[in-house]
Design a protein around this ligand. Structure first.
Ligand code: NAP
Length: 308
């Protein structure tokens, strides 16, 4: 099947691009991916997306965006793009099961996934005290005890941010030396609401019927184990952009994020656009993703006008 425009991914970036392209009468095909609706479907309340003064749940927000895109003629298809051939136009996208579709233009909005450690208790407590986003969930931990896992800039930043809400914040890092930049380390060290458990390996998220109660860790120096009491555990061990299916056909940075021409959504290949977390290691918010999805749709529309 041939399409003028195909959008890969249905987070806020992909669905915003779909709304704009559909309203421009380009009837985009949207492939919904392994996590339809994207990362927001794993959060509960979203309180910082403008337009919802009472807040809205992540799944409901994404469902609304999907319905809005469909209302204007976007077609949303279940499936995952496993590989692509971007060497010539029309581009070819292969779906799981090897069926192929072709497209004059492609928007990539496959997002990023927060890395997980893989310890017992972690997966089942996501949304019950384990979080991967301080900006999203910090507010729910007012006067509570929080553990932040990680030793990079994100961990320093999230720990600092969380001290606005929490009674105390403890950074747990698996080595003695932090990976974070000196300035971020210094800021965190100056904050007396932050405690440190360095050279400590996280072993297990402890929980009861009400949610998370603590983190079991091993002190690497003496091998002793202890349980750090916590109501919330924030994983800040990095994100992984979902770009493996591209197999190096687009320019990415050293972390795998798709490189775009600054200020635009244009990638290293004309006719291929990127938006949302797959090209943004910094802001990673639903609203910034939606904004970049809008840009991608407008860039895609101009491209299709110039290359009928
Ligand atoms: P990162 O720099 O890759 O740091 C990840 C941290 O998590 C490391 O300390 C790592 O430990 C730890 N870690 C990784 N896997 C782990 C595991 N399985 N168990 C326990 N700990 C684990 O990631 P990031 O902090 O998200 O930063 C990503 C990029 O964004 C960086 O380039 C960063 O500079 C940038 N950033 C910048 C800012 C800013 O400037 N404001 C803010 C946020 C992020 P090891 O150190 O032992 O490997």
């Amino acid at each position: 099947m041939h399409h003028q425009a195909v959008i890969i991914g249905t987070g806020p970036a992909g669905l915003t691009a779909a709304i704009y392209l559909a309203r421009a009468n380009l009837a985009p095909l949207v492939i919904d991916g392994t996590q339809p609706g994207g990362q927001l479907t794993t959060t509960t309340e979203v309180e910082n997306y403008p337009g919802f003064p009472q807040g809205i749940t992540g799944p409901e927000l994404m469902d609304n965006m999907r319905k809005q895109a469909e209302r204007f003629g976007a077609r949303i298809q279940s499936g995952t793009v496993t590989r692509v051939d971007l060497s010539k136009r029309p581009f070819t996208l292969y779906l799981e099961g090897e069926s192929a579709i072709t497209a004059d233009a492609v928007i990539i909005s496959t997002g990023a996934s927060a890395k997980k450690i893989g310890i017992p208790g972690e997966a089942e407590n996501i949304g019950r005290g384990v979080s991967t986003c301080a900006t999203c969930d910090g507010f729910f931990f007012r006067n509570k005890k929080i553990v932040v896992i990680g030793g990079g800039d994100t961990a320093m930043e999230e720990a600092q941010f969380l001290t606005r809400f929490a009674s105390d914040v403890r950074i747990v890092h698996r080595r003695k030396e932090l990976r974070a930049s000196q300035i971020m380390q210094d800021r965190a060290r100056k904050n007396d609401k932050i405690d440190w458990s360095l050279d400590c390996t996280p072993l297990e998220v402890m929980s009861n019927e009400n949610g998370v109660t603590g983190l079991r860790v091993r002190n690497n120096d003496d091998g002793e184990e202890e349980i750090l009491a916590a109501d919330g555990i924030f994983l800040a061990i990095g994100h992984q952009p979902n770009t493996r299916f591209l197999d190096g056909q687009l320019k990415t940075d050293e972390l795998g994020y798709i490189e775009v021409v600054p200020g635009s959504s244009r990638t290293s290949l004309p006719g291929v656009f990127a938006c949302g977390d797959v090209m943004d290691p910094i802001y990673r918010q639903a609203i910034t993703s939606a904004g970049s999805g809008c840009k991608a749709a407008l860039d895609c529309e101009s491209f299709l006008l110039e290359h009928p």
